[in-house]
Design a protein around this ligand. Structure first.
Ligand SMILES: [Zn+2]
Length: 560
C-alpha cells in the first residue's frame, strides 16, 4: 500500500516535472499536451531552429508559465523574429526563452508599456535585474500568440546555456513530448565534387526517391549505382513525432563506408554566431533548385560548425574504379529511434561526359582568400572565408527589365551560398543628383519578381553588401509607402520596393504606441484610456517611411 502510494506520487511528480540526464528539471511551459510543429536543430532559412515550436491548438491566448524558478532577465519586443518574447534566467545555469507571445501578464505588460513610451518605440530590448520580476517554477508569465515571424499560433520555446547563450536541444530534458516514430529517409542525392565526379556515366547531379524494404531504406535500382571520381552525397531525412504530421529535424546522422564510420554529426547545441554555416551543411544547390532540405554527408572546407565528429575527416567520397563501396547511412532522433539507408556504389571507368560547373571562362576563386572581380561597370569584393569552398565564378549580363536602370548582372548563381557579406557595386546611370539618394540595387528572383537588395549611391556607383549571389541591377525608389485605413485605428501599410523602415503615430500631438505586424502588413493602435481621454474627438497623424526616405503622412480625426 505504502509502496503504491509512493509510486503514485512519484509518477505524478514525473508527469509534472521532467528531469534531464544532468538532473536539471523543467516544468512544462504550457498546460495543454505538447505536440510539436518544429524541433531543435531543424533546417530553416539561413539558420538552424534554436528551440521547439509547441502547437497551441490553432488558437492564441494559452497560459505560458516559467519552466523553473528564476527571474525575467530580458524582454524583447520586435515586429519580426520572436515578436513579443520573454527570457528567464534560472539558477541551474540555463535560460528559457518564450517567443511569439500574444501579450504579457498584466504587471509585465504595464512595465513594458512604460518603457515603450519612454523610448517612443514599439520595438524594445530590455535587460532586467533579478529583483524586477522574480518567478517561481510554473508561474504564469504570458499568453501564447502568433507575433513576429510566426506563420500560425504556437509557442516558440528555447533552453539556452546562460553563460554562452547557446541554444541547446530542448528534447534532451525529457519534457513530456512523445516520440516513438523513427526518422524517415525521403530522397538521396549524389553530385560531382569536381571535374572527376560521375554518376551512371554523367557528370551531373543525380537524385533518387528512397524506398523502404524489410525495414531498411534503399534505392529502387537493385540498390547499386555506377560512379567515379569525387562524389558528394546528401540525404533528405526528417524525424516525425507522435501525434503530428510535421517534418522535424533529426538528432544524429552517420555514414558508414564498408562498415567504417566516415561522417557523423550530432545536434545538441550550437552558437548563434555559427548558425549561418547551415548553408554549408545542407545541400544548398538542391535547396535552391527544388526547395528540398538535405544534409550533406561530408563537410565543406569552410564549414565551421561544431556539430561534426572531430576525429573523422568527413570528406567527400573518392571512388576507386576497381571496387565497390557499401554505403550505410543512419539517422536517429533524441528518443533513440533510428532508420538506416543502404545502397552500393560500384566504381566504374569515367565516360567522356563533360562537367557542367567548370567552364574555362570562369574565374577560379579560392575560398580562404579575398577575391576581387571587375568587369565593365561591375565591381565585386568578396572577403576571405565568405565562400564555403573554391568556386568557378561565373559572370554574365542580360538586358534591363522590370524597371531596372541598368542591365541585370548575373553574379555567380543563386545556387552558390555566401557566408560573409560581399560588396557589389554597379555604375550608376546619369541622373539628376537629387535622385542619388533614391538609388538602390534590385535583384530578380527565379520567378522574375524584382525585390530590393538595398545599397546606397557612392561616387557614381550604387553599392550594397550582399549575402547571396544572383541577378542584380540598379533601380530607383521614389514612391512613398501606401497607407490604407481599415477603420478602428487599423491600417494596411505597404511599400513597393525598398520596404517599410519607420513609422510614427501621434494622437493629440502626443507620441502613441502603434504595433506593426509585417506578415499581415498591419499597423494598429489599441485604444488606451490611460493615455487619451475617452468620449471626445481626437486628432491623429501617422508617418510611414521607406528605406529610401519616401514618406507618407496620414492626418485624420476620430471620435473615441
Ligand atoms: Zn520556433
Amino acid at each position: 500500500m505504502m509502496h503504491r502510494a509512493i509510486t503514485l506520487i512519484l509518477s505524478q511528480f514525473l508527469m509534472l516535472y521532467s528531469i534531464g540526464q544532468d538532473g536539471v528539471s523543467f516544468h512544462p511551459p504550457v498546460k495543454i499536451p505538447m505536440y510539436l510543429s518544429g524541433n531543435f536543430g531543424e533546417i530553416r532559412s539561413d539558420h538552424f531552429h534554436s528551440g521547439i515550436d509547441i502547437k497551441t491548438q490553432g488558437t492564441t491566448g494559452h497560459h505560458v508559465s516559467s519552466v523553473e524558478k528564476g527571474y525575467i532577465s530580458r524582454i524583447k519586443v520586435q515586429a519580426n523574429g520572436y515578436g513579443k518574447s520573454i527570457y528567464i534566467s534560472h539558477p541551474n545555469g540555463y535560460t528559457s526563452v518564450y517567443g511569439h507571445l500574444d501579450r504579457y501578464r498584466e504587471d509585465i505588460a504595464a512595465y513594458v508599456k512604460v518603457m515603450q513610451y519612454k523610448k517612443q518605440s514599439h520595438t524594445v530590448d530590455l535587460y532586467l535585474n533579478r529583483s524586477t520580476f522574480p518567478l517561481e517554477k510554473g508561474e504564469f508569465i504570458a499568453y501564447s500568440g502568433n507575433t513576429g515571424s510566426s506563420s500560425g499560433p504556437h509557442l516558440h520555446f528555447e533552453i539556452r546555456s546562460t553563460a554562452q547563450q547557446h541554444p541547446t536541444n530542448v528534447l534532451s530534458y525529457n519534457l513530456d513530448i512523445r516520440d516513438q516514430l523513427a526518422p524517415r529517409f525521403h530522397t538521396l542525392f549524389l553530385y560531382p565534387m569536381n571535374s572527376t565526379g560521375q554518376i551512371n556515366g554523367k557528370a551531373r547531379r543525380f537524385s533518387s526517391k528512397v524506398v523502404k524494404d524489410q525495414g531498411i531504406y534503399t534505392i529502387p535500382y537493385g540498390s547499386t549505382l555506377e560512379v567515379s571520381g569525387s562524389l558528394g552525397i546528401s540525404v533528405e531525412v526528417f524525424d516525425y513525432l507522435d501525434g503530428t504530421p510535421n517534418r522535424c529535424g533529426i538528432h544524429t546522422l552517420e555514414m558508414y563506408v564498408d562498415n567504417k564510420l566516415s561522417y557523423s554529426h550530432v545536434m545538441d547545441e550550437f552558437s548563434f554566431s555559427e548558425t549561418r554555416y547551415i548553408n554549408a551543411h545542407i545541400d544548398y544547390e538542391e535547396l535552391i533548385r527544388s526547395g528540398k532540405k538535405a544534409h550533406r554527408l561530408h563537410r565543406l572546407p569552410n564549414d565551421r560548425l561544431q556539430i561534426y565528429n572531430q576525429t573523422l575527416e568527413n570528406k567527400p567520397l573518392f571512388v576507386d574504379e576497381s571496387r565497390s563501396y557499401a554505403i550505410r547511412i543512419v539517422a536517429s532522433d533524441v528518443a533513440g529511434n533510428s532508420s538506416t539507408l543502404e545502397f552500393t556504389l560500384k566504381g566504374s571507368k569515367p565516360s567522356n561526359a563533360l562537367p557542367v560547373s567548370e567552364n574555362e571562362d570562369n574565374v577560379y576563386m579560392k575560398y580562404a582568400q579575398v577575391n576581387n572581380f571587375e568587369e565593365g561597370p561591375v565591381r565585386l569584393e568578396i572577403p576571405a572565408n565568405s565562400l564555403y569552398q573554391d568556386l568557378y565564378f561565373s559572370f554574365q549580363s542580360s538586358p534591363p527589365a522590370n524597371g531596372s536602370l541598368t542591365p541585370f548582372y548575373h553574379i555567380a548563381t543563386r545556387e552558390v551560398p555566401v557566408h560573409k557579406a560581399y560588396t557589389l557595386s554597379i555604375e550608376s546611370p546619369d541622373l539628376d543628383p537629387s535622385l542619388h539618394k533614391k538609388l538602390l540595387l534590385i535583384s530578380r528572383t527565379d520567378k522574375g519578381e524584382v525585390v530590393s537588395a538595398g545599397g546606397e549611391y557612392q561616387d557614381g556607383h550604387v553599392v550594397a553588401k550582399l549575402r547571396n549571389f544572383g541577378e542584380f541591377a540598379v533601380g530607383l525608389d521614389t514612391i512613398a509607402p501606401k497607407i490604407t485605413p481599415l477603420g478602428n485605428m487599423r491600417f494596411i501599410i505597404t511599400d513597393e520596393l525598398s520596404g517599410i523602415s519607420k513609422y510614427e503615430g501621434y494622437i493629440d500631438n502626443q507620441w502613441a504606441l502603434f504595433e506593426y505586424d509585417p506578415k499581415n502588413d498591419l499597423l494598429f493602435y489599441l485604444f488606451d484610456e490611460e493615455r487619451i481621454t475617452k468620449g471626445t474627438d481626437h486628432e491623429m497623424e501617422l508617418y510611414v517611411s521607406d528605406k529610401k526616405g519616401n514618406v507618407n503622412l496620414l492626418h485624420t480625426t476620430f471620435n473615441w
